[in-house]
Write a protein that binds this ligand. Sequence first.
Ligand SMILES: C[S@@+](CC[C@H](N)C(=O)[O-])C[C@H]1O[C@@H](n2cnc3c(N)ncnc32)[C@H](O)[C@@H]1O
Length: 336
Amino acid sequence: MTCCHERKELHKNYMMKEFYNNFTYPFSDAIENSEVNGETIFLFLDAEMNNDGFAGKKILDVGCGTGNRSIDIARKFPLANIVGIDFSEKSIELANIQKGSMSNIEFICSDFLTYPVEEQYDFVISMGVVHHLPDPLYGVQKMRSFLKDDGVCILWLYHTYGEYDRLLKRQLLSTLLGEKFQDKLASVALLKEMDFHISSNRYGNGYGNYELSDEDALTRDADAFLNPLVTSFDFVAAFRLMQEARMDWCSIFQICYEEKGSFINLDTDNILPWEIDMDMLLKSPRAFSYYKDLDNRSKLHAIEALVKPTGFTVAAGKNRNGELPLLFEQNKIDFI
Ligand SMILES: C[S@@+](CC[C@H](N)C(=O)[O-])C[C@H]1O[C@@H](n2cnc3c(N)ncnc32)[C@H](O)[C@@H]1O
């Protein structure tokens, strides 16, 4: 039984790797000075923490794709050390071309699920990866093992409510294509004929002002509609995932909706920049007064029910003694 289950998981993982060799993400080719936004969260955290540019800190980017986000972080924080890992050979080839002579970043071509844990990191980030894993819980457990004791794991995940229609379109293609869903020529031909596209701003303007080539747009459309494996999470499912992965706390602090990204701030007395404005969105002073009295979990549920996010960012960690940065502290759910 277990053996058969493991073989299936391995096969799914293999399909995923081949998929991202065919459609490298986020870009189809190496580009100069891309502006994939990896640094905003770190700029924010740096200002709240020591303001030392994360000097000497180690950041692991799991499933770094073509490396643009990791490179962006390395460029903005030259005193930090960044490692990007991805199992798509083609993606890592492009990442290495783009990194040029930068010395504070390194790319590893490997399946992170089987990569030995020889080093531990202050931050493990993984954007848009966990929802493509055959076993998301195992993936987060593995990420946890890469964390230092006071390290923080930051994940970006698809949200079930906002992604419902898109994921149904993907299912439609998969149903129509059957086994040909894995065949690049056949699946791309149908994708094009069905005219399914994903807006370049679907999750906010995270890719800067770079004009996407037709190949880049196809890579995004394929990622959205032809991915061999995808799941999505509502906030309760994300808490469960983090708790089962034995994180001690977790904090959902950012959401994407209506083609923009906003911070979440559950402490209504303390204003953060770019935060979601529930007072304005609820359009009712009475509703907002009820909202203000809710506990953190219920506030989060009110937010997701209201705005139907397409994605969100969650931070989690273990054994944290002492204060977390405000962005995490204000939205924290404790598991111990
Ligand atoms: C949607 S892309 C995200 C790329 C990048 N994180 C970003 O946000 O632009 C998902 C990436 O995860 C990688 N990936 C998926 N499973 C992996 C695994 N088990 N080990 C290493 N990389 C993996 C894929 O190859 C792909 O490049």
